[in-house]
Each structure stands twice: as C-alpha cells, then as structure tokens.
Write a protein that binds this ligand. Structure first.
Ligand code: DWN
Ligand code: SAH
Ligand code: ZN
Length: 408
C-alpha cells in the first residue's frame, strides 16, 4: 500500500477530513477457520486543495480487491437489472444508431448492462478483471476481456476493434485510483462524436445524507460536478451532461465528450451551482459531515446495546461492501448482530471482513423472524422491504442509519 499524500488527479495537496482507522477489505469475506491473514488498510478521506477531488488518502493494490473470487454480483437486485436495461435501451436509441456502432463497458461485472446490448446484436466489449463475474457475463453470450482497463488495454482494443461510440462505466470509475491512465485510454479509444458515460455515488448526496458507508476500500474517488469538470479538462474532454440517479443511495451519471464536440446541457451548470450553494468543497462542510458520522455511530451502537440488554434479537440484512465500514468503524460484531443474511452464494457460510459476523442464506431470516433487522443494504430498501413484507406483518421492525438512525 502506498501513501497518496498528493491528489491522484492533479498532484495537488490533500487535506484529510475523516479517518475511519484500520479497516479490512470490504469484499474479503473470510472462512471461519481462516482469518489469520486478513488484510487491513488505513481508511481515511481527504479533499484536494487544488481541484477539489475527494479521495482516499491511501491506495490499495488492485489485485487484492478484484480477482477470481470477487463476490459482488450486479444482477442480485431486480431494481438494478431494470435500471441497466433502461440505460441500454436509451443508448441504443440515442448513441448507437450509426452503422456498426461499438460499445465498451468498464467493469461489466456479470453483464447486467451489456446483455441488452448483445441481444440487440450491437458490437460490444466488456472489460472486467474479476474472473468469476467475467465468466458469468461470458456465459450470457457477452464478449468479455478479463483485464483491468487502462491506457494499454484501450490502445489494444483500438487496434483490434476500432473506436468506440460509447464507453460506459457504472460504479467502476470511482474504484480506479490510476485515473490518468484511464482517461488517456478513453481519449484514445473514443470516436470523435462518441461519449464516455459513467455513474457513481454522488459526494453531495453522501454529505447531505451522511451515508458514510459509501466510504470503503473499493471507492477511491467521491465525484462532484466541479471536480469531474476540472478532471475532464486535463484530458481534452468536456463534461456535457449530468443526471441524478436514485440508485445506490444517490448517484450522478456524467457524460463526457471530446472537448468542443457537444454543447453542455443546462443541467451541468445547475448542479454545479447547487454544489457551490452547499459549500460542498469547504472544510467546515466536511468537518460537519465528520461530526454527523460520529453521531450516527454513537446512536447506532447505543440502540443495538439497548436492544440486546432488552433481550431482543437483531439480524443483519445484506452483507454489503458498505457494511464493512459500518461494522468495523462502529465496533459491531456477532455479540450485537449474530448473523447477516444475503443472497450471494459466495458470501454465505463465511464471516464479514474484520467484524466476523456469519453470513447466512436468506431463508435463515424467517427461522424464526428476529425482532429487528438492521438493513445494511439500505440502498435497496424498497425492493427488500417489499420482498420481506411478511416480516413487518409478523411485527418485525427495520433499523436504518441513513440519514439518521431510525426504526420503521
Ligand atoms: O460499488 C460497488 C457496488 C455497485 O456494489 C462495489 N464496490 C461493491 C458493491 O457494493 P455493495 O456490496 O455495498 O452493494 P449493494 O448492491 O448494496 O449490495 C447488496 C447486497 O445485498 C448484496 O450482497 C446482495 C444482497 N441482497 C440481498 O441479500 N437481498 C440484495 C438484494 C437486493 C436482496 O434482495
Ligand atoms: N458495473 C457493475 C459492477 C460494479 S462493481 C455495477 O454497477 O453493478 C466494480 C467492478 O469494477 C468490479 O466488477 C471490478 O472487478 C471492476 N473493476 C475494477 N477495476 C477495474 C478496471 N481497471 N477496469 C475495469 N473494471 C474494473
Ligand atoms: Zn487535485
């Protein structure tokens, strides 16, 4: 692990505003007999004093996070499947109408988005370093290259497939510290009139809702319009559109084009003005966020201890990557939450990283229902609460901690 005291975008100096301390890798679920060699990092965030990009203070080696056994499977949520199908249909209708268009997706995971592109018979390539999920995409008939996208990969794709009309990345660009290599690659690979579209958690929303669990090893950058606009300009790209998305707790979809190729929409200036109004990049705002994080930790731990002392059963719902930050930062282990249920087969039978809470299959939730369920997958609240309607009907209550600790 290398300390990045300098901004990974512009080499400006970083001002740290929160330190979560020693944290495990969020998707490194461990076998019950095997936690001797768990890997920990110092998880802290800072803001660049020059370009305002919010980022982790330390970089984690990419092969430790993204490998054959990377457990996150994108198609696990029906809402997310619909979200990506809608986007694919829109790209097909608006950007992929020319002769023999070509789409490249970074971090295509199990092919949740590219499936619709492949079904439409459109030329595509998914670039996905995590072997297990890349194989799932391949099995769906999607063309996948098992690799990390970077400048060399881009040049290689350019040589074999030609320029891309659309380059797309969901919840992936924010995972990649070596952004200079990525954007050089994008600039080289993107057709003159093409677009680079990416969507990631929106830092403004993280501050607004104190969703501090978005901060974990894999999330290196926390984008804002202001920082993305400045970053794009360094690579002769231009931010030409932004769109707020409700998924994953609040995201922004950014559209970049070659500088001067498209006219920016009014939405870009509007969202930028909103960020300025909120003083998003100012240290007092970030310090306020830090105080809110500490308050939520104290409230959540107090609630869980009270419930335990009252003899109530609390079970976790959704062994998310995000929950690694919550459990490890708050000190929540199996004595407060005896197990967490999750549909991901590769997580079941293992323990959550660092906090060592056993992960069990969803059927364990109802055997019998607990008094309370701590919803770690709060970003999927609507979908999960609808699916688990019987829990509420049986008198069960949900505990949420975004934007405040509350019980519903
Ligand atoms: O950025 C990232 C996002 C896209 O996915 C990655 N770095 C890692 C991962 O983050 P996460 O694990 O916090 O994502 P989710 O989508 O909040 O994870 C949901 C978890 O809950 C999964 O393990 C699946 C599980 N789940 C479930 O058990 N029942 C999900 C749903 C919808 C359900 O009904
Ligand atoms: N796009 C999916 C997956 C997000 S998880 C979704 O939105 O649900 C992040 C993904 O990025 C993982 O599958 C990981 O393997 C991949 N990834 C990490 N670094 C990458 C890189 N340099 N190039 C391409 N994919 C990368
Ligand atoms: Zn910077």
């Amino acid at each position: 692990m290398s300390a990045t005291s300098r901004c990974r975008v512009c080499a400006g100096s970083l001002a740290e505003f929160f330190d979560f301390g020693r944290q495990p890798l969020s998707d490194a679920f461990v076998r019950p007999d095997d936690f001797a060699d768990e890997f920990f990092v110092r998880l802290a965030v800072g803001i660049c004093e020059s370009c305002t990009m919010v980022q982790l203070m330390e970089e984690i080696p990419r092969d430790r996070m993204f490998h054959e056994d990377y457990p996150y499977v994108s198609s696990g949520s029906a809402v997310m499947r619909a979200h990506f199908e809608k986007l694919a249909r829109r790209l097909l209708a608006t950007e992929l109408t020319g002769e023999d268009p070509f789409v490249v997706e970074l971090g295509c995971n199990d092919g949740v988005m590219l499936k619709a592109i492949a079904d439409a018979g459109v030329r595509h390539l998914g670039v996905e370093p995590s072997g297990g999920v890349a194989e799932m995409a391949h099995a769906k008939g999607i063309r996948v290259r098992k690799d990390f996208f970077e400048e060399t990969t881009a040049r290689d794709i350019l040589a074999t497939d030609g320029r891309a009309d659309v380059i797309y990345a969901a919840n992936t660009l924010c995972h990649i510290p070596y952004i200079e290599s990525i954007l050089r690659g994008v600039t080289a690979l993107l057709a003159p009139t093409g677009v680079f579209v990416f969507e990631d958690p929106y830092f403004s929303e993280i501050v607004e809702r104190t969703s501090f669990d978005q901060i974990y090893d894999e999330h290196f950058y926390f984008f804002t319009v202001r920082a993305v606009q400045a970053m794009a300009a360094r690579f002769d790209l231009e931010l030409v559109d932004v769109e707020r998305l409700p998924v994953h707790g609040g995201e922004v979809r950014y559209t970049l084009a070659h500088a001067g190729a498209r006219t920016p929409t009014a939405a870009v200036a509007e969202l930028l003005a909103d960020e300025n109004k909120r003083n998003l990049a100012a240290m007092p705002t970030l310090k306020g966020f830090a105080r809110n994080v500490e308050r939520i930790r104290d409230d959540l731990v107090a609630l869980l201890r009270d419930l335990r002392d009252d003899g109530k059963r609390v079970v976790g719902y959704g062994a998310t990557a995000k929950s690694a930050t919550v459990t490890n930062y708050c000190g929540i282990g199996p004595e407060l939450v005896p197990f967490v249920c999750d549909t991901t087969v590769a997580k079941q039978g293992k323990l959550t990283p660092g906090s060592h809470i056993p992960v069990r299959e969803p059927s364990a939730f109802a055997e019998p229902y607990p008094d309370y369920a701590l919803l770690f997958a709060w970003n999927h609240a609507e979908e999960i609460m609808a699916k688990e309607r019987a829990f509420r009907e049986a008198g069960g209550k949900w505990i949420l901690y975004v934007p405040e600790v509350h019980v519903v």
